[in-house]
Design a protein around this ligand. Structure first.
Ligand code: GLC
Length: 490
């Protein structure tokens, strides 16, 4: 009798446990390790894992099956089946593939017409492509028999999933308990289209026009903010900033009106992936309490980039998209002046032709001082993070920024402008340097301060140690998402 009742209790506990595991569906356009064009992918890959590791969530992720997804993974995907999905008058094939990576189930939406193209974005029909993707997200739920408690949509490409959920699907019983969280990784890209496309292309019924209409266009990010139960940004500071016109790219009114449901949660990074003790991309591995081998990383980097091997000359690096809001106006204004000092500067990234050409030109003019690498190269980026001394990130605006955290992990001291996640993650003289105003000479002043401090080796080593041991893992922020999900489910 006693044995039977224990069994019953164990079964009941298991049931309670299963019931208390909340189902989360991430909806995004990219994710590591499959496909990445920027920080969004890293956050989707690492946050989904961090949440799944808590044991409290069944986290699944859905992204399009882009043809650029790495073959090593694509070959291992399982085909689950296919359905047909309506998008206004269209009725399109939707293949569903899946793959479990580190405990997280990923789903891939297959449609060759929309996604078998090089790259992820930049096509004339991006609006239609992501409308189709978003529709599929809702349509695969009955196929998978997976209705999440929280559907967590990221950036404008996933905005329509939240919009459809609260409009076209709101009368369907299975969908009624799904809460939507919309995370803004960058408010600059909003998904704006002509209002003519409302019904015919976006499949939004006329009575819902007011939700997506903004300044005489369709604005998908605006629509998602209106429709979701909560929305968030990737740092607390950015959540404050986007209430201001200067940062909000026209959405400030909408952000302010919906402020009651806004929160800012700082991104973490995959601190196991970015680990100076284990990273195989480095010329040598080292520990935060013994930077001896970091000098090997530095001299090998100098050799590789044809810079003079000078151990005591600081290397200042930038790994960045070469676009204006990354603060490149400040850099171009004072770089030549700065290069007169005993320094070496390493640039890695691609972007606007003006900046690419400028750095190429300066590299030719100062071959012993400046190395311009106008490419996107993950391996080289890690060699630069680990082989340099100072990392510059003077962004005009920065929702979160991951590079300053990655630099820290390799004992490279960041200099950042106090905006968005840069403000939240880097504390002056604790783990880096900061400057407040978007002003080239303020930046130059701090650069020179850091170069001068670099000569004081004992103090500099302490600063490197504090940078390298700052906790940028997801442990704090995953708890904040956890609290937010539970709050939404009350
Ligand atoms: C976007 C933002 C960047 C952020 C990343 C991940 O790329 O521009 O600041 O770190 O998303 O959230």
């Amino acid at each position: 009798m006693a044995a039977k009742s224990t069994k019953v209790t164990v079964k009941a506990n298991k049931q309670i446990l299963a019931d208390s595991v909340k189902k989360i569906l991430f909806v995004a356009s990219e994710s590591t390790p499959f496909i990445a064009t920027g920080g969004l992918a890293e956050v989707i890959g690492s946050l989904s894992k961090a949440l799944s590791d808590t044991g409290k969530f069944d986290v699944r992720v859905v992204i399009p099956l882009f043809s650029d997804i790495k073959k090593e993974y694509k070959d291992k995907f399982s085909y689950l089946g296919n359905i047909y999905v309506h998008l206004a008058w269209r009725n399109q094939y939707c293949g569903i593939f899946s793959y479990v990576n580190d405990g997280v189930t990923f789903y891939f939406i297959d449609n060759e017409y929309y996604f078998k193209r090089p790259g992820c974005y930049g096509y004339f029909d991006d609006g239609e492509r992501f409308a189709f993707f978003s529709k599929c997200v809702l349509e695969i739920m009955p196929f998978l028999d997976f209705y999440p408690d929280v559907m967590h949509c990221h950036d404008w490409q996933a905005a329509l999933a939240a919009i459809y959920l609260k409009t076209n699907y709101c009368f369907r019983q299975e969908y009624q308990f799904i809460r939507a969280l919309f995370t803004i990784h960058n408010i600059e890209y909003q998904g704006q289209y002509s209002l003519d496309l409302l019904c015919d292309l976006f499949d939004i019924f006329g009575e819902y026009r007011y939700l997506v209409e903004y300044k005489n266009s369709i604005n998908l990010m605006k629509g998602a903010i209106e429709c979701c139960e909560r929305f968030s940004t990737v740092s607390p500071r950015y959540a404050q900033e986007i209430k201001e016109a200067y940062f909000a790219h026209g959405l400030e009114e909408i952000v302010r009106r919906n402020e009651f449901k806004l929160s800012g949660i700082l991104n973490g990074i995959d601190d196991k992936g970015y680990n100076c003790e284990l990273d195989k991309h480095l010329f040598a591995n080292f520990k935060p309490d013994d930077f001896t081998n970091k000098s090997v990383c530095k001299s090998e980097l100098q050799k590789m980039l044809s810079l003079p091997e000078k151990p005591d000359t600081p290397i200042i690096s930038m790994v960045s998209r070469l676009v204006s809001h990354k603060g490149l106006d400040l850099v171009t204004a004072v770089l030549e002046e700065f290069l007169q000092d005993d320094v070496q500067v390493v640039i890695l990234g691609t972007g606007e032709a003006y900046f690419e050409d400028y750095f190429r030109y300066l590299a030719r003019k100062y071959p012993d001082k400046l190395s311009a690498n106008i490419v996107f190269n993950g391996d080289l980026s890690r060699k630069i993070y680990s082989g340099s001394d100072i990392f510059l990130m003077p962004s005009k605006s920065e929702p979160c920024g991951l590079s300053q955290m990655i630099a820290c992990r390799y004992g490279t001291v960041p200099i950042v402008r106090e905006t968005g996640g840069l403000f939240d993650s880097i504390k002056p003289l604790h783990n880096g340097y900061t400057f407040t105003n978007y002003n080239a000479h303020d930046m130059l002043y701090v650069l020179r301060q850091a170069v001068s401090d670099y000569k004081n080796k004992p103090e500099w080593s302490k600063l490197m140690y504090r940078a390298a041991t700052t906790d940028f893992s997801w442990s704090h922020s995953a708890k904040k998402y956890e609290a937010l999900y539970y709050d939404m489910l009350k």
